[in-house]
Ligand binder design. Structure first.
Ligand code: SF4
Ligand code: SF4
Ligand code: FES
Length: 505
């Protein structure tokens, strides 16, 4: 531990840490374009200048290790002048696009100009013209004029994905970012360059011009695209007279799981939350009153008892799985969780996992059978199968089952008329819950967006049948979940805020 003085304030810092990291961690404003904690230093933008006592000239904080006793000034007259000069240089050729730029509201250049610039422009010559709309591939659009040549995007493709699609070409103020001739930006993580770009040079083809970012409200969630369970920010908004819709997913920094990045598949997976939603309850193919359908389901489960099977999905939360197991014990129902959602070509050595469900581990740890053989055996003497958070009806038919079928699903599906009962349930971003990832980190997905689509949360549905007042995640933990062996020494309040590794004894 070392002590440094910043603008007259003493702060404790880690030995040998980078000065910029410690300044930012202690809420000291340090404008910067090229430095990024995941990409390291490059020293090309010179925006992060600070004065260090004993040094003749200002130094860049992104390439300065801290030393005990250092005295730093970030707000002196000299530093203010240096920042203004660097901004003036950045902006010589930058177009005045802000009113129509998709980055407005989250643009570092705009923010730093308002914070450290505010000078009158001295540029009285024509600005360099470059290409305004270059389709780089992978949903990424480049505006070469807006680029500040920080090279974050280039370093991402060379150091992180190691796919090397991007480079800086041509010299001096004619330099621009480009893919190599005949090559497109195409790797499973390519859209991260949009978040890395500090200005509006790289924007998302999927998101651009759909919303002004200041209208979006972020909520935190865990990605349900695969068993990695990356941390997400879910940006949503309810426009006047419309339903609340999700406009984009962004990575949420989480050192324990995904660092600063997510994959493009997970990023675009928000579409299933908006589109193709199941909107009505059905009984034998006819639209039904929602409450009548839930009562009918309760009656069916109580009538069939051991002749009924709950076929649960690894997309359910830990709390939902626990409660469905309780329901199966109380009503003497059978339970199985066989699911084929694996893709051998999906996984890689960065984040993506072949298992394209977020909570298979929670099913395993709760001792619920998930083999095909067990399902096949159980189906033989069943008269009613309820598929929960899934609609793979053909799968059980292929296993020879031809009895009654019910489905609880958030997504619409074909051949609904052939089924006995269908009830829409809350989708992933409409309900909170915990998920256990492929490395045994237990994480809480907080997002609970309220939609106009009529649907029921599975915890509420089970509570309606068991009538025991347990319908929130916290209540489920208190009702017995926390006594499970794998959760010993873990409490729900800690899981709310951190990814916690389960230590199996
Ligand atoms: S496109 Fe964006 S990330 Fe890439 S060099 Fe330019 S400003 Fe930096
Ligand atoms: S790696 Fe998996 S969990 Fe992470 S964003 Fe991609 S699909 Fe989602
Ligand atoms: S952030 Fe330090 S030189 Fe760019």
């Amino acid at each position: 531990m070392a002590i440094i003085t910043v603008d007259g304030r003493e702060i404790n810092v880690k030995d040998d840490a980078l000065l910029i990291d410690e300044l930012l961690a202690n809420d000291v404003s340090v404008p910067h374009f090229c430095y990024h904690p995941a990409l390291g230093k490059d020293g090309n933008c010179r925006m992060c200048m600070v004065e260090i006592e004993g040094q003749k000239r200002p130094q860049i904080a992104c390439d300065t290790p801290v030393k005990d006793g250092m005295i730093i000034r970030t707000q002196s007259e000299n530093i203010a002048r240096v920042k203004r000069q660097m901004l003036e240089l950045e902006l010589v050729n930058h177009p005045i696009d802000c009113p129509i730029c998709d980055q407005a509201g989250e643009c570092s250049l705009q923010n730093f100009y308002m914070e450290a610039g505010l000078y009158d422009s001295r540029v009285d010559i024509a600005k360099n013209k470059k290409q305004k709309h270059v389709d780089l591939g992978a949903n990424v659009i480049l505006d070469q004029e807006r680029c500040v040549l920080c090279t974050r995007c280039v370093r991402f493709t060379s150091n992180i994905t190691k796919t090397h699609e991007l480079g800086v070409v041509v010299r001096n103020d004619h330099s621009f970012i480009s893919t190599f001739p005949g090559i497109k930006l195409s790797n499973p993580y390519a859209m991260n360059v949009i978040d890395l770009c500090p200005v509006g040079a790289l924007t998302s083809k999927d998101f651009r011009f759909t919303q002004r970012v200041w209208f979006l409200k972020p909520q935190e969630a865990i990605c349900d695209g695969c068993s990695r369970g990356c941390s997400l920010l879910v940006d949503h908004n309810r426009e006047k007279y419309k339903d609340d819709l999700i406009y984009r997913y962004r990575p949420k920094h989480n050192d324990a799981v995904n660092g600063y990045f997510i994959c493009d598949y997970g990023r675009l997976n928000y579409k299933k939350e908006n589109d193709n939603r199941l909107k009505f309850a059905y009984i034998r193919g006819m639209e039904s009153e929602f409450e009548y359908a839930t009562l009918k389901l309760e009656r069916l489960l109580k009538r069939y008892n051991s002749k009924a099977l709950l076929l649960i999905s690894p997309t359910l939360s830990l709390e939902e799985i626990y409660r469905l197991k309780k329901l199966s014990q109380k009503l003497d129902l059978d339970i199985n969780s066989f699911d084929e959602n694996f893709d051998e070509s999906f996984g890689d050595d960065m984040l993506r996992q072949n298992d394209k469900t977020p909570n298979r581990r929670a099913i395993e740890l709760q001792g619920i059978e998930s083999s095909k053989e067990d399902l096949q055996k159980k189906l033989k003497d069943k008269d009613f199968v309820l598929l929960i958070n899934r609609a793979d009806v053909d799968m059980i038919k292929d296993l020879g089952y031809d009895g009654s079928i019910g489905v609880l699903s958030s997504s619409d599906f074909l051949h609904k008329d052939k089924l006995d009962i269908i009830i829409p349930v809350a989708s992933h971003t409409q309900r909170d819950g915990t998920f256990i990832n492929c490395d045994d980190f237990i994480q809480y997905s907080k997002c609970q967006i309220k939609r106009d689509i009529e649907s029921i949360k599975i915890l509420d549905l089970v509570e309606g049948i068991l009538n025991d007042g347990v319908s929130t995640c916290e209540a489920v933990w208190d009702s017995g979940l926390k006594e499970e062996n794998f959760l010993k020494d873990i409490n729900f309040n800690d899981v709310r805020f951190n990814s916690i590794k389960i230590e199996l004894k």
